[in-house]
Design a protein around this ligand. Structure first.
Ligand SMILES: Cc1cc2nc3c(=O)[nH]c(=O)nc-3n(C[C@H](O)[C@H](O)[C@H](O)COP(=O)(O)OP(=O)(O)OC[C@H]3O[C@@H](n4cnc5c(N)ncnc54)[C@H](O)[C@@H]3O)c2cc1C
Length: 447
């Protein structure tokens, strides 16, 4: 049953919390806070998961990549890898992952790497190279050491929609195409002035607290509240090849660096990534040299990748916490952990920075603790124990059919069992996405 707690006061909407940003962090925040019994409106200037949370590798980290240099993030990753595998198994493929040394230099990293895995409680197993090649025949003959870790694959769109749907089922409104222009103090609490980009009209939402979860744009949104939040926007490019080469994720056994991973994503392989600082957050694009570089590096682990057609490449931006100087090296070395900023002014304004797709639930839990504390709400986070909705996307469509989508549901469901079943599932999640968005708008009279 869907319960809404939206009230209309003097031409303004009243919520306990407005969340700005519909990436994975904002969506988990909307879910976490609505599960604590608070009324939440999330505003996203385009579509949910349309930015970094829809343009990453699809890796559900085991933490191994950060085991040596970023132990806090490594521990967060392995903990969340376990939590998400429990509550969101329908969007996760338990592929496993290999770390592979293909040069003498890589080999030298081995002791440090394994020690890091041990220290951070990341389970691992050394696999003799011959056995690894039996398991993964495309693996390079140069593989000298292979270590298996519990890396997995998370399907981005399905996860984003499942979190949004669960938040919506708990009463949160997921409002797309609404851009936050200004956050200011109102007579009570805070007022967020937004532009409805579909209708070209401004409107105001009032709230007791406002969460800035705008990812790479968090600095820009903080400015719109008259305060500072220092983000180090670091872009990276990924390349999609026309075939899946491995069952497992394949990582290069060396410190975090450009071109160190290939992720099997459905029927494809995704190679990544690079790291460079950007100023213009709204115009990042893959460069030809990056595609060549990433293909070369991926081929050192999986030679056949060099002969596969490149389907496409995409670039997105990490919302890293700025620490010290902004340099390219800093982008690689910055922690992948996160930070919740409780701004003293305007009171009730919170910013969240950093984190990973893998750790977004945890980020939202810590943020939720701060926001709930501020509002005097004692309920603890429940997201770690609550399975996400969306396990059976076709069923969800039936439950959301009040907009008259039953025929649509049957059309999509008709693909189940056919050669195009995966496309049907994607269509089902897209339809759920549309319904959540449309219902949320309808509740505010914006549709
Ligand atoms: C190259 C690359 C590869 C990565 N690979 C992985 C990986 O394999 N595994 C993993 O766990 N993590 C990975 N990450 C990290 C992960 O993708 C990000 O940490 C995560 O997606 C960030 O989510 P977010 O919600 O903070 O930001 P975003 O997803 O960018 O969401 C922020 C949202 O805020 C919206 N917004 C901005 N301004 C406004 C406004 N004024 N009003 C309303 N809305 C606004 C934007 O439109 C956007 O949708 C990768 C990151 C990069 C860059």
């Amino acid at each position: 049953m869907i319960v809404f707690s939206v009230s209309w006061v003097l031409g303004r909407y009243d919520f306990d919390i407005v969340v700005i940003g519909g990436g994975i962090v904002g969506l988990w925040a909307a879910l976490d806070l609505s599960m604590r019994g608070l009324s939440v409106a999330l505003v996203e200037r385009s579509v949910i998961g349309g930015e970094t949370s829809g343009k990453f590798h699809g890796l559900l980290h085991s933490g191994a990549r950060y085991a040596v240099r970023d132990p806090v993030s490594a521990r967060e990753c392995i903990a969340e890898n376990k939590v998400l595998s429990r509550i969101a198994s329908h969007v996760i493929e338990d592929t496993g992952g290999y770390f592979v040394a293909v040069t003498r230099e890589d080999e030298e990293y081995y002791d440090e790497f394994v020690e890091g895995l041990r220290r951070n409680g990341i389970p691992f197993k050394e696999v003799p190279p011959q056995e690894a090649r039996r398991e993964e025949p495309e693996l390079s003959r140069d593989a000298r050491i292979v270590v298996e870790v519990p890396d997995k694959v998370v399907y981005g769109k399905d996860m984003v929609v499942s979190v949004a749907l669960t938040a919506f089922n708990h009463g949160a409104l997921i409002l797309e195409h609404l851009e936050a222009l200004e956050i200011r103090r109102g007579s009570e609490g805070l007022v967020v002035r937004v532009l409805d980009k579909l209708r070209g009209e401004p409107l105001e939402l009032s709230a007791r607290a406002v969460v800035n979860a705008a990812g790479p744009w968090a600095g820009e949104v903080a400015k719109r509240a008259g305060v500072e939040a220092e983000v180090m926007p670091t872009a990276g490019t990924m390349v999609v090849y026309a075939r899946r080469l491995t069952r497992r994720v394949v990582n290069r056994m060396r410190p975090p660096s450009d071109g160190d991973i290939v992720v099997p994503y459905e029927a494809y392989s995704i190679a990544g990534t690079t790291a460079f600082l950007v100023e213009d957050l709204d115009h990042v694009e893959p460069m030809e040299e990056e595609i060549e570089f990433l293909t070369r590096e991926a081929a050192a682990m999986l030679p056949r990748i060099a002969s596969l057609p490149v389907l496409r490449a995409y670039t997105s931006i990490r919302p890293l916490i700025k620490m010290g100087k902004e340099t390219e090296k800093a982008g690689r070395e910055a922690t992948r952990s996160f930070q919740v900023i409780v701004h003293p002014e305007p009171r009730g304004f919170f910013t969240v920075l950093g984190g990973k797709f893998t750790t977004a639930r945890l980020v939202a839990e810590k943020l939720g603790d701060e926001v709930a504390g501020f509002l005097g709400v004692k309920k603890a986070s429940k997201t770690a124990e609550t399975p996400l909705a969306g396990q059976d996307p076709y069923q969800e469509l039936r439950e959301l059919r009040s907009l008259g989508q039953d025929l649509f549901q049957e059309t999509i469901k008709g693909l189940a069992g056919s050669m195009d079943e995966e496309r049907g599932r994607t269509a089902a999640y897209t339809a759920i996405h549309y319904l959540v968005s449309a219902h949320s708008r309808k509740k505010l009279g914006l549709l």
